[in-house]
Design a protein around this ligand. Structure first.
Ligand SMILES: C=CC1=C(C)c2cc3[nH]c(cc4nc(cc5[nH]c(cc1n2)c(C)c5CCC(=O)O)C(CCC(=O)O)=C4C)c(C)c3C=C
Ligand SMILES: [Fe+2]
Ligand SMILES: [Fe+2]
Length: 335
């Protein structure tokens, strides 16, 4: 009977081509991410329609990255490493609760309850809070709790950690690894492009802190690179950009887009680009296909010579250390 059950919250992704449409249906049925007018019933009808249409398009993308999303395999590794790292300090077990594809949040909760867990810690694998990601996962968790008629469990929510020092260090390590692809001559004509997942502007206007927290991460990583890293003198002279990827649908999303940014830089004569996926802690379709294939193709066609995408944190030991510290900090007054 572990005292603490830690539920890692993430988006999830289809585990096969045949499940792409069902995954998209779950995503478009979520009123926290896509609000359709009128009623819950119309939301379902629209979700059915849009997931069918979008599946036709994105199945081709999933086929190019191995026929499934790699999110779960990376999250499984992160869960295992975190449990191992935490065990000497905390009586705990780590579970995975995905928002849109298995293992789902209610399944993680049921497993934690079966193990007779006394307290549940919600740990989002989103460093930056958004109502569309962490907020949506929290809502789904509380709906699952209500369905099971549970009202006596202590729940500890970790909201976000955009400028946690160890998380920032883990990001810097990934950037340094990717920088090994460039030689000294390349550096004079290199731009570091930080690409975050976009959200519709209306969420930000309604108070979603996602943009502020994304800028916080961006500034903290730049500060580390330019003032604390071993090669700080190099980073002081490297130009950087922050942009937003993965817009879906016709409404206005956060800009500038990653594609526009790459095109603008290429037009200016930039020949070397290092793209850093910000806001993703595991590689997924948005990093592997959108950045690694789609945006790369545009860059090369526009004259870019070297286009490198940094690996997401995935199995980074330093990232797991950050998560360990974040959890221990959250329970320090409880133990
Ligand atoms: C990490 C931050 C993310 C935010 C913020 C986010 C907002 C957001 N996403 C959609 C729609 C889609 N997202 C899709 C995939 C996807 N999204 C994230 C992360 C964030 N989303 C990840 C990690 C993934 C990849 C999952 C995988 O299979 O590997 C998709 C499916 C792919 C596609 O059709 O392009 C959709 C759709 C909206 C509408 C939104 C904010 C309102
Ligand atoms: Fe998304
Ligand atoms: Fe996308």
């Amino acid at each position: 009977m572990p005292k603490y059950g830690i539920i890692l919250l993430n988006l999830g992704g289809p585990d096969s081509i045949k499940n792409v449409e069902r995954f998209l249906y779950n995503l478009f049925s979520d009123p926290d991410i896509f609000k359709f007018p009128f009623s819950q019933a119309t939301q379902k009808v629209f979700a059915r329609l849009i997931s069918k249409l979008r599946a036709k398009k994105v199945i081709k993308y999933y086929q190019q990255i191995g026929g499934r999303s790699p999110i779960l395999s990376y999250t499984l590794v992160q869960a295992k490493l975190l449990e191992k790292k935490l065990k000497p300090f905390l009586d705990c077990k780590v579970y995975i609760g995905m928002r849109y594809w298995r293992p789902l949040i209610n399944e993680a909760l049921e497993m934690a309850l079966k193990d007779d867990t006394q307290k549940i810690i919600l740990l989002p694998l989103y460093p930056q809070y958004s109502t569309t990601t962490t907020g949506s996962s929290f809502n789904e968790f509380y709906r699952s709790l209500k369905k099971l008629n549970i009202d006596n469990k202590e729940i500890i929510e970790i909201k976000s950690y955009p400028n946690n020092e160890i998380y920032v260090k883990a990001m810097v390590e990934r950037i340094e690894e990717a920088m090994a692809n460039f030689n000294m001559d390349d550096l004079e004509n290199l731009v570091l492009i930080f690409s975050a997942h976009s959200v519709p502007v209306k969420f930000i206007k309604n108070g979603d802190p996602y943009l502020d927290e994304t800028i916080k991460s961006y500034n903290a990583i730049l500060d580390y690179l330019r003032n604390k890293s071993e090669r700080k003198e190099i980073y002081k002279n490297i130009r950087t950009e922050l942009c937003f990827q993965s817009k879906v649908g016709p409404v206005k999303w956060l800009e500038p887009s990653t594609v526009e940014t790459v095109q603008k830089l290429a037009k200016e004569g930039i020949k070397n680009m290092l793209v850093v996926p910000l806001s993703f802690v595991s590689d997924n379709i948005e990093t592997l296909y959108e950045l690694g294939i789609f945006v790369r193709d545009i860059a090369i066609k526009n004259g870019v010579k070297k286009f490198v995408v940094a690996e997401a944190l995935n199995d980074s030991e330093t990232f797991i250390e950050a998560l360990k510290n974040i959890v221990l900090e959250a329970v320090k007054d409880e133990k």
